[in-house]
Write a protein that binds this ligand. Structure first.
Ligand SMILES: Nc1nc2c(c(=O)[nH]1)N[C@H]1C(S)=C(S)[C@@H](COP(=O)(O)OP(=O)(O)OC[C@H]3O[C@@H](n4cnc5c(N)ncnc54)[C@H](O)[C@@H]3O)O[C@H]1N2
Ligand code: MOO
Length: 395
């Protein structure tokens, strides 16, 4: 059995980004950029009208009021395309190319029009309502740096540079194997004596996706070695990280490690001196990683948040550290004495103060459901009075 900090160090070492790949922009949301996005094109690529109105020459409007012949129209996507000399104006709309020679756009609210003539009653001043070429960015400019997550706003910027695909870190593929004869699809457990809803895989799948993973396989497997071995084969064939829930402890039908016996496995750790979650384990199977979570829902969630989330974040290119951003808060109540394992209590923040949810049993799901933080306390620590600082991680 190793300490929590030793386990963190081992997970950190294994949390290196996967290879990179070209990804079409419409499938790149949430992915991490592996190379900067360099604009292949200047934007705006042409002088662009910012308003609906009339493109004019300042020299023609110096002596307002004045009437100018409307030489034609320039719409967004349908430029005027001809030459329009002095003494004329061009009807123009937002987003349209401003024809060469014109200095400004006068908004239509300030212009009268009849019989092909536009009336300007005063000399315009102030904004020209023309966006110059390159006023957003120039071709060759790195508009998004490597390492960022492709947010909706980053996708707009990349697409706006006329980019169709980006170089991104490959997304970690996660397979979740929930083991146990008792497990049933949530919503159906009441139909079979002794059945228990498979609650854990629902939460673990959501957690893996929240930290940048793609869940590619979810199986519920009964406790027979044959079924478990075939689940292990299937999972290793299609994923980067296999998560096994349950069967981690010492029970007679706890096969979570044996199910991988046909594969060359290198243990990373087995058992961590922590509460809950002592039976958590991790192994390597070639380039794949296998994470074994204890079956109790509280233990599974806590160990997944502390070890699986950083691993997924690391492989996805976000960096494992994203999942280990410890914060501190004052206690809103006394914290109890800690046993001989480093302990992670489920809690909440009330007016900025850390409090514990009532039921800390590792099988408790109602209390787990409303917890928002994990409060960390060292093994063997005594009672800590209300008002003292504790370290916590958001859930
Ligand atoms: N003699 C010992 N018994 C146990 C020990 C020990 O050290 N000596 N460790 C205990 C601890 S700590 C934990 S945590 C559990 C972990 O057990 P397993 O990982 O082997 O999990 P299971 O036995 O399969 O299940 C435990 C518990 O959790 C429920 N479960 C399992 N999977 C799910 C799921 N996907 N969704 C919802 N609930 C699940 C299962 O029904 C059991 O109630 O072992 C202690 N025992
Ligand atoms: O790892 Mo177990 O969490 O103490 O129930």
């Amino acid at each position: 059995m190793i300490s929590f900090d030793e386990a963190v160090a081992l997970v950190r070492q294994l949390s290196q980004p996967l290879a990179t790949e070209q990804v079409p922009l419409d499938r790149a949301a949430g992915r991490v950029l592996a190379r900067p996005v360099v604009a292949p094109r200047t934007a705006p690529a042409f002088p662009t009208s910012a308003m609906d109105g009339y493109a004019v020459r300042d020299s023609d409007l110096a002596q307002a009021p004045v009437k100018l012949r409307v030489a034609g129209e320039s719409y967004a996507g349908r430029p005027f395309g001809k030459r329009a000399g002095p003494g004329t104006c061009v009807r123009i709309f937002t987003g349209a190319v401003v024809p060469p020679g014109f200095d400004r756009v006068v908004i239509q609210e300030q212009v009268g029009q009849s019989n092909g003539l536009a009336f300007f009653d005063r000399t315009p001043s102030g904004g020209r309502h023309i966006r110059p070429v390159g006023s957003d960015f120039f071709a060759g400019e790195a508009i998004l740096p490597a390492g960022i997550v492709l947010t909706p706003q980053a996708l707009i910027a990349a697409a706006g540079a006329d980019v169709g695909e980006v170089c991104a870190v490959r997304q970690p593929r996660i397979a979740i194997l929930a083991t146990g004869d008792e497990l049933a699809v949530p919503g159906t457990a009441h139909l079979r004596a002794g059945a228990v809803p498979d609650s854990v895989s629902v939460g673990i799948a959501a957690l893996a996706e929240a930290f940048g993973g793609a869940v590619v396989l979810r199986l519920r497997i009964p406790d027979t070695l044959e079924a478990l071995e075939s689940g292990a084969d299937e999972a290793l064939a299609c994923s980067d990280i296999v998560v096994v829930t349950g069967g981690a402890s010492v029970g007679e039908r706890d096969y979570a490690r044996d199910m991988f016996r046909g594969h060359a496995m290198q243990p990373v750790f087995s058992k961590v001196a922590m509460k809950p979650g002592k039976p958590v384990w991790m192994s390597r199977a070639g380039a794949r990683l296998v994470v074994g979570l204890p079956g109790n829902p509280g233990s599974a969630l806590v160990t997944a948040r502390l070890f699986l989330a950083p691993l997924v974040a690391g492989l996805s290119g976000r960096g494992a550290g994203l999942a280990w951003q410890w914060q501190s808060a004052r206690l809103g109540e006394n914290a109890p004495e800690v046993g001989d394992r480093e302990t992670f209590y489920r809690g909440q923040l009330h007016e900025g103060r850390a409090v514990f949810v009532g039921n800390q049993d590792s099988s408790a799901q109602a209390a787990l459901g409303v917890s928002r933080i994990l409060i960390r306390r060292a093994a063997g620590a005594g009672v800590l009075p209300e008002g003292r600082e504790v370290s916590f991680l958001p859930l």
